[in-house]
Design a protein around this ligand. Structure first.
Ligand SMILES: [Zn+2]
Length: 332
C-alpha cells in the first residue's frame, strides 16, 4: 500500500499493514524552514513557499500526509479580519474584531478569490500534482465555533453564548457556510481529507454548549463535505469524545491531555483516532527513548494515525517529528 492508501484506510479504521503517521495541523518548525529554505510569513501567503514547506512533511519528516494550512487565519482573513502574518518564529495573530454580536455577518461573494483563501487552494493543487497519488493531501477548515471567536473575539463570543444564544446560533448558521465553501474548494483542488478544527475545548466550552451549539453543525458538515473529516479539538476532551463519535466524523485528532487508552475507550470502535503525542514532552523535548516508548504506547492503545497532538511548537527540533514517523513505520 502507498502512504496515501495507508493514511486513508487508517482514517476509516480499515486494515493497514502498519500504523499510519501524520498530522492534521501544522508541522512547521523554524529548523524545518531552514532545512527547506522557505519561511513564515511567506509560507502563509505565497503558494510556492507554502507548498515547499508542506511537502517537507512527507519528504523530510516521513509522514503519510501533507497539510499546507499552517495558521488558523486563512478563511477569517478572507472574510476581512486584519491579520498580522507574524514572522518565522511567530504564528499569525489578529487583535481587531470584525463584528459585534448581533451584527449581520456578510460573506464576501469573492471569498475564495481573496489572497488568504486562494493561496492554500493553489498549494493543495500543487501538492496533488507534485506528489501524485502516493501521499495523502489533508486540507483544513475551521468550524463556526472558532470562526465566531475570530469574528467577535473570544470573550464577547463566549459571553453571548449565555446572554444572546439566538444571535450566536444565527451567526454560526452563516459562518458554517464559510466552512462548507472553503472545504468544498479544497476538495475540488485535490484534498483527500479535511481537518475540521473547532476550538470548543473544555476550558472555553462546557459539554452542554458543545452538544447544544456545535454537534448538529458538525453532523451537517459530515453530510455536506464530500471527504472523510478529521475533527481537531485541543485540550482535555474526554467529556465530549462520545459526542464527537456520535456526529459521524471519520477521525478525531486528540490532545495528550487525554491519555491514549482513555481516548480509545471513549471513542468506541468506529471513530479513528489521530495524534495524542505531546508537543512538549515528546516533540519539543523528547529523547529517542521517550519517543520510542510514546509511539509504542499509542500503537498499543489502538491509535490509528501516529503524530503530534496539535500544531507543533515553532522551536521544536524537526528530527523529533521524523523520529515519531520512523517509529510508527518500524516493522514490529
Ligand atoms: Zn489544537
Amino acid at each position: 500500500m502507498t502512504p496515501r492508501e495507508i493514511f486513508m484506510a487508517a482514517l476509516t479504521r480499515d486494515r493497514v499493514p502498519r500504523p499510519a503517521t501524520g498530522s492534521a495541523t501544522s508541522i512547521a518548525t523554524v529548523d524545518l524552514m531552514d532545512e527547506v529554505g522557505t519561511f513564515f510569513p511567506e509560507a502563509h501567503l505565497d503558494p510556492e513557499a507554502m507548498t515547499a514547506l508542506a511537502e517537507a512533511g512527507h519528504t523530510v519528516l516521513g509522514f503519510d500526509d501533507v497539510m499546507p494550512l499552517f495558521s488558523v487565519w486563512h478563511e477569517s482573513a478572507a472574510m476581512g479580519c486584519a491579520v498580522d502574518w507574524g514572522r518565522r518564529d511567530l504564528m499569525p495573530t489578529c487583535r481587531e474584531h470584525l463584528y459585534a454580536v448581533g451584527d449581520e455577518i456578510v460573506i464576501p461573494p469573492d471569498l475564495l478569490e481573496k489572497l488568504p483563501a486562494r493561496v492554500p487552494l493553489d498549494s493543495i493543487r500543487m501538492l496533488r500534482s507534485r506528489l501524485g497519488s502516493d501521499v495523502a493531501v489533508c486540507g483544513k477548515v475551521f468550524g463556526p465555533w472558532t470562526l465566531g471567536y475570530h469574528m467577535f473575539g473570544v470573550q464577547d463570543f463566549l459571553m453571548a453564548t449565555i446572554l444572546q444564544p439566538d444571535a450566536i446560533r444565527r451567526a454560526m448558521d452563516t459562518l458554517k457556510e464559510v466552512t462548507v465553501r472553503f472545504g468544498i474548494a479544497q476538495v475540488d483542488a485535490g484534498a483527500d481529507t479535511l481537518c475540521l478544527a473547532d476550538h470548543c475545548t473544555r476550558d472555553l466550552c462546557a459539554p452542554e454548549a458543545y452538544r447544544d451549539f456545535v454537534m448538529d453543525i458538525h453532523r451537517e458538515l459530515v453530510d455536506r463535505l464530500p471527504v472523510p473529516l478529521i475533527v481537531h479539538i485541543c485540550g482535555d476532551t474526554s467529556d465530549r469524545i462520545p459526542f464527537v463519535a456520535d456526529t459521524g466524523v471519520a477521525c478525531f485528532h486528540f490532545d495528550s491531555k487525554v491519555p491514549a487508552p482513555d481516548a480509545r475507550r471513549l471513542a468506541g470502535d468506529r471513530l479513528s483516532l489521530m495524534g495524542g503525542t505531546s508537543n512538549f514532552s515528546a516533540v519539543r523535548q523528547g529523547t529517542p527513548a521517550l519517543i520510542e516508548a510514546d509511539v509504542a504506547e499509542k500503537i498499543g492503545a489502538g491509535i490509528d494515525i501516529i503524530g503530534p497532538e496539535c500544531a507543533v511548537p515553532l522551536d521544536a527540533p524537526f528530527r523529533n517529528l521524523r523520529s515519531i514517523a520512523d517509529e510508527a513505520k518500524k516493522p514490529r
